[in-house]
Design a protein. Structure first.
Length: 463
């Protein structure tokens, strides 16, 4: 089809309709009977997807694999099997190959690993897309909220990439190619209309202009623009060139991770308000799930701040601006973490190291007091990350026990993300261990495989 004026108009119209699909519905969900009229079918489908999670037996078989080709065989009897039928076996390295041939084989093996991971992720993406395309009313808005999290991650990654490219004095073509490569690796659930126009912005010579173009042409037109507007609200009140300079300065002076955490705070608070407006079991279940996410964000932000300036006494008030204003830690333990000398009788300087954070968590609920506080420390960072995933998995699995609520859709998404991370960990470990001696291979697997979080594992509740 030729790219004439009509084709351009059709493309523009399609992009407009796609952009306008983010419509917010605030209708009551109804009771047990009326809920099923619009949402019963999709709720039944997502509960049916539960049977597709890998079982403990599947994980045992995967952990016994020594080669990439064995991974495909181990997954053949799972729900991933049909998707892998068209994937051949990976090329094998041979000592008899020349240097050029060996390098070619290594390149093909890397491409094979990327293809395998993409196929495994595609299954989840197809299932979620099916749910989203068939949802109506409040459920459609609810599923859109789930994608906003991924949009924020994608935009933060692209903004970081564009900033690095500009600072390294790369050519316009090199910067554009780098951004295009970055776009190809983004989370597909976080894609949105006009995202690919960012690669054209990377050709600008001035990083300041690039950031402003990114803000004006992309952020303003996306459903997550309102969260960035909250972050930049004081600067937006100014006019003309002063406003542009202030916005650019704020985007540059803040670390991208700080911007991302702040924007995600606004998203979490907005998501909670929407779930509360729906009422019923959805509000009750999501209050627990989002409350846990808010609490973990507060603890992780505090924990990670010890290695940067946000952990300093003079910056702890700014650190508190990253905390979602709800959850079981809010408000009392927020004050204890931040430090507050304004309230009568309070002389708390705030939290600035692992021991102080551990002491504050002794006042929290048992899951933080008895489990998470024991994993704080530089030597236990891996244990801390695994336990955070375990807490999210436990809470998400409980959401499948109730009926007639939207929490099961959120839980399904979180559990699938954990399963995909498990598979990626297994694949990466096998690739890394293949050339090793058996003893070294076993030692590496013994270090890596305990990081796997098994979904709906009865043994997990006995430990």
């Amino acid at each position: 089809m030729s790219e004439g004026p009509d084709a351009a108009k059709v493309k523009q119209y399609a992009e407009y309709n796609e952009a306008m699909s983010y419509i917010k519905y605030n209708e009551p969900l109804g009771g047990l009977l009326s809920f099923n009229m619009e949402n019963g079918y999709l709720e039944a489908r997502v509960r049916g997807f539960r049977s597709g999670f890998l079982t403990p037996a599947d994980y045992r078989q995967l952990q016994q694999c020594e080669k990439l080709s064995e991974v495909k065989l181990a997954l053949s009897d799972t729900d991933y099997g049909p998707l892998l039928t068209g994937l051949g076996n990976p090329p094998v390295e041979d000592a008899k190959l020349s240097l050029a041939e060996s390098n070619k084989v290594r390149k093909l093996r890397k491409e094979y690993v990327v293809t395998l991971k993409n196929i495994l992720q595609q299954k989840f993406y197809d299932e979620f897309t099916f749910l989203r395309q068939n949802a109506v009313g409040p459920l459609m808005t609810f599923l859109d909220f789930l994608t906003y999290d991924k949009m924020i991650d994608n935009l933060a990654m692209l903004m970081k990439c564009m900033g690095k490219s500009a600072n390294q004095n790369r050519s316009a073509e090199s910067r554009q190619r780098r951004v295009e490569n970055e776009i190809s690796e983004l989370d597909p659930l976080g894609m949105f209309p006009n995202l690919k126009t960012i690669s054209a912005l990377a050709g600008d010579q001035e990083s300041n202009e690039t950031l402003m173009d990114l803000y004006e042409l992309v952020l303003v037109e996306t459903p997550i623009s309102k969260y960035f507007e909250q972050f930049l609200m004081p600067e937006q009140r100014k006019e003309g060139e002063d406003a542009q300079n202030e916005i650019t300065s704020k985007l540059q002076e803040h670390q991208m991770e700080v911007i991302k955490v702040t924007v995600k705070r606004y998203w979490l608070e907005d998501f909670k308000r929407y779930c509360d407006s729906l009422g019923g079991d959805t509000a009750e279940v999501m209050n627990g799930l989002l409350g846990l996410e808010a609490d973990l964000n507060v603890i992780s932000t505090t924990y990670n701040s010890f290695a940067n300036k946000l952990g300093k006494p003079t910056e702890r008030v700014n650190r508190a601006k990253l905390f979602p204003k709800f959850g079981s830690l809010y408000p009392e333990l927020h004050f204890d973490i931040t430090g507050d000398t304004t309230r009568m009788g309070s002389q708390n300087p705030g939290v600035g190291n692992d021991d102080q954070l551990r002491a504050v968590l002794q006042k929290a609920s048992p899951i933080f007091k008895d489990r998470l506080s024991q994993c704080l420390g530089a030597e236990q960072k891996a244990d801390y990350d695994v336990l955070c995933k375990r807490l999210r998995a436990d809470a998400a699995q409980l959401a499948f026990d109730g009926q007639s609520h939207f929490g099961v859709f959120y839980a399904y998404m979180k559990l699938k993300e954990i399963e995909i991370a498990n598979l990626n960990l297994i694949i990466d470990t096998i690739v890394f261990c293949e050339p090793m001696k058996p003893d070294d291979r076993d030692k590496e697997k013994k270090d890596k495989y305990p990081l796997i979080i098994k979904i709906f594992d009865p043994e997990a509740y006995k430990r």
